[in-house]
Ligand binder design. Structure first.
Ligand SMILES: Cc1cc2nc3c(=O)[nH]c(=O)nc-3n(C[C@H](O)[C@H](O)[C@H](O)COP(=O)(O)OP(=O)(O)OC[C@H]3O[C@@H](n4cnc5c(N)ncnc54)[C@H](O)[C@@H]3O)c2cc1C
Length: 582
């Protein structure tokens, strides 16, 4: 049943209480409630995502990621010293599906080395690439692109699932940049090799983008995992309701049992407590999960004491180890008349594209922008320093070329001209940040410090990524465009100038991870054990982007889906063990 107020809840005890209904939470809710003997309550602070058409149109999402504050947490960072003191927007989805309902839909699993490093640092081979791969298949029903073009040579079908809920696909509308990028892989295969499938475990090279936009429409964890099962009688969903704390419900051998959750509809609304007979599963994402843990008294006891929060579990790693990918979009003015800029400036043309999407789910709006992308290693940057990447199958940088002017740092769109842009991302960052409480009030935003560029190595990598973009645009297949740097990039003509440009214009890729990391029993900085249970407590597990010990060299949603699928198996096998014992 669906409720939008705690007052509507008929019962206050379930087998599992999952907060919250974001990317990972919906996977867990789906897999647990598939057993009709298991009752599940799913709680979400935000609204129902159904009927919001702007969210469903892939290219529109890419352009208007922040179009509606009522669907977002509207967070900002603390002042970022290494970004010359700038405060940057740090958006998170506040609706069913969480960030998977507002993200840009790139679907990249990360590398073999990323997951093997997970296995190494947790001592749990269940996180290795070969162990997690079956879960990657379980997530997917790989879908033909909407234009039904011949996809041979664009991906490796043997690496993809065909029975899962999520609908990844290949680009469904050609871009003039496609042939240029493919020709570059032939002309300079040493620097820009072709990669048939960047989701094979070896990410390096230029290859076709896979995105969660099957049939021309966003496929999110809400559309794929939640809406199809909302009629299950053993699943209740409570929207518009914020979890404010996890509560202690008992103790065993001095270890707190945490099977209560306090909920509220608004700051002054009454607090209602729900109980889980087996477990509470926290899936609030890498910003809100550490906030909730800290509000519940799980964190560094000294910091908690300063805010008057009694410590239940001393866990100094909560909120630490925040890792994110810095993102920068640079544009070049080009001699071309087939870029998307004309469509963006011309309301009539844009209206026609919308109508095409509306009637047939075809046309340029079915893709997220950038049909082929590059994942590259830049080993020269690390001579003499430790390489932060997981290994040779993990990239240092990502390049997303797109056929239009593009900015994520608030620059206004130029009134005329045609442009090509390249988004560059530092994909194996060395910098670390944190999420801490700004107050003990659950309705106050946490203090988010992603620490972007606090390690100078990341600046050097971003500068090298821009040089690589220049090099790409200078290869033979791009020569006729005569690309000229535009805007602030044009003024950055020296090494120092490029470093300043990078610090002045970089923002976040919206990929926070690692703030409640899993690890070994002896690692005091690990908040969770390798089965994702909160160390030092009973009855509480975390399943979302916070659990990553290291950020993957990828966009994070695909790894999160796979991690959540494995977590569901871990939860169920523990449940069956317990039930068997009784
Ligand atoms: C603009 C943007 C673009 C992105 N683009 C991509 C991309 O192209 N590809 C990619 O792979 N990744 C992308 N990402 C990142 C990716 O979407 C996220 O990393 C991922 O979805 C996070 O999943 P999660 O389960 O950890 O958290 P979320 O999906 O954020 O889920 C957390 C849920 O918990 C809810 N919640 C939080 N606190 C509370 C509370 N106290 N009470 C009740 N509910 C609460 C939230 O409202 C949310 O629904 C993007 C993210 C953003 C914001």
């Amino acid at each position: 049943a669906l409720y939008n107020n705690t007052a509507g809840l008929v019962k206050l005890e379930y087998d599992f209480v999952i907060h919250l209904a974001g990317t990972a939470g919906n996977v867990i809710a789906n897999r647990l409630s598939a057993n009709h003997n298991v009752s599940v309550l799913l709680v979400e602070a935000g609204v129902n995502d159904t009927g919001i058409s702007e969210l469903q149109i892939p290219l529109l999402a890419a352009r208007n990621a922040f179009f509606d504050p009522s669907l977002l947490w509207n967070y900002n960072t603390t002042s970022q010293t290494a970004l010359n003191g700038r405060v940057i927007s740090y958006q998170r989805g506040r609706l069913l599906g969480g960030c998977s309902s507002i993200n840009l839909m790139y679907y990249t699993r990360g590398s073999r080395d990323d997951f093997n490093r997970f296995a190494n640092v947790t001592g749990d081979s269940g996180w290795s690439w070969s162990s997690i791969f079956p879960y990657m298949l379980k997530v997917e029903n790989f879908t033909a692109p909407v234009d039904h073009h011949d996809t041979s040579g664009q991906f490796d079908p043997s690496l993809h699932g065909d029975r899962g809920p999520l609908l990844p696909t290949l680009p469904g509308f050609p871009s003039p940049l496609d042939q240029r990028l493919l020709a570059t892989t032939e002309e300079d295969s040493g620097r820009f090799p072709f990669n048939l499938d960047m989701n094979s475990g070896d990410t390096i090279g230029i290859g076709w983008v896979q995105s969660t936009s099957g049939n021309g429409v966003r496929s999110s964890s809400a559309t794929a995992y939640l809406h199809p099962i909302l009629d299950r009688p053993n699943l209740d969903l409570l929207v518009d309701t914020q979890a404010t704390r996890v509560l202690q419900t008992g103790s065993r051998h001095g270890i707190p049992i945490l099977r209560g959750v306090e909920l509220a509809n608004g700051v002054s609304g009454p607090r209602v407590t729900v109980h889980a007979r087996h477990e509470v599963i926290l899936s609030a994402g890498a910003v809100n999960t550490p906030q909730l843990l800290l509000l519940s008294g799980i964190g560094n006891r000294h910091d908690l004491a300063a805010l008057g929060i009694p410590a239940l579990v001393h866990s100094p790693g909560v909120g630490q180890n925040l890792q994110d990918h810095p993102l920068l979009s640079s544009s070049w003015s080009v001699n071309a008349n087939d870029t998307l800029d004309a469509g963006s400036r011309n309301a009539t043309l844009y209206g026609e594209l919308l109508e095409q999407w509306d009637t047939s789910r075809t046309g340029p709006l079915v893709d997220t922008g950038g049909n082929l992308i590059a994942w590259l290693r830049l080993p020269s940057v690390f001579s003499g320093s430790e390489d932060p990447s997981a290994g040779p199958t993990s990239a240092h940088v990502e390049l997303i070329p797109s056929n239009e002017w593009n900015s994520f740092s608030g620059e206004p769109m130029p009134e005329s001209g045609s442009y090509v842009s390249v988004v560059t991302g530092v994909i194996s960052p060395a910098s670390r940040g944190s999420v801490t409480l700004s107050s003990a009030n659950p309705f106050d935003p946490p203090a988010i410090d992603p620490g972007l560029f606090t390690n100078d190595l990341d600046v050097a990598v971003m500068v090298e990524a821009i040089r690589t973009s220049y090099a790409l645009l200078a290869t033979g297949p791009w020569k006729d465009l005569a690309a000229r740097p535009y805007g602030l990039l044009a003024d950055a003509t020296t090494d120092a100038g490029l470093a300043q440009y990078v610090r002045n214009s970089t923002t976040s890729f919206w990929h926070p991870t690692g703030t409640a990391k899993m690890g070994t029993a002896t690692d005091d900085t690990a908040v969770l054990d390798s089965k994702l249970r909160v160390k030092g407590a009973e009855g509480l597990r975390v399943v979302d982007a916070s659990v990553f010990p290291f950020i993957t060299a990828s966009h994070p949603q695909a790894p999160i889906y796979a991690i959540a699928e494995r977590a569901a198996d871990l939860i169920l096998s523990q449940l069956y063990e317990q039930v068997g014992e009784h």
